[in-house]
Design a protein around this ligand. Structure first.
Ligand code: AMP
Ligand code: ZN
Length: 115
């Protein structure tokens, strides 16, 4: 059995506040939200990070960004005001869960640069 927390959520083995699900992707509320809206968009397939995408993941990557992100942004009423996508990658990137995920943050003004 996998020890990966996001694989477990995708398989329904541990609970999450799921707001979207399709054949290849699941999205749920972050346990420790950093903005009024903080959702994680996660492929059901275990891919460690964006640095580990393979050629066969092209459709999945496009699906996340072309289909799921705009749909969720609209569903969460973020399209007009805007939002931020974050993909922390590896140690220097601050990734704490080694299963690829896109943070969708919104509902407040974001600052730049990130910490
Ligand atoms: P990162 O640091 O970019 O790898 O992001 C991992 C995110 O996953 C953090 O924002 C955590 O709060 C969140 N997280 C960890 N475990 C869970 C969980 N069981 N359910 C929801 N969010 C989680
Ligand atoms: Zn996983």
């Amino acid at each position: 059995m996998t020890s990966c927390v996001f694989c477990k959520i995708a398989q329904g083995d541990i609970p999450a506040q799921i707001i979207y699900e399709d054949e290849s992707v699941i999205a749920f509320k972050d346990l420790s939200p950093k903005a009024p809206v903080h959702v994680l968009i996660v492929p059901k397939k275990h891919v460690q990070s964006v640095a580990h995408f393979q050629v066969e993941d092209k459709e999945l990557a496009a699906h996340i960004f072309v289909d799921v992100v705009p749909k969720l942004a609209a569903q969460l009423k973020l399209t007009d005001a805007g939002f931020r996508l974050v993909m922390n990658t590896g140690s220097d990137g601050g990734q704490s869960v080694p299963h690829l995920h896109v943070h969708l943050l919104g509902g407040r003004k974001m600052t730049w640069p990130p910490g």
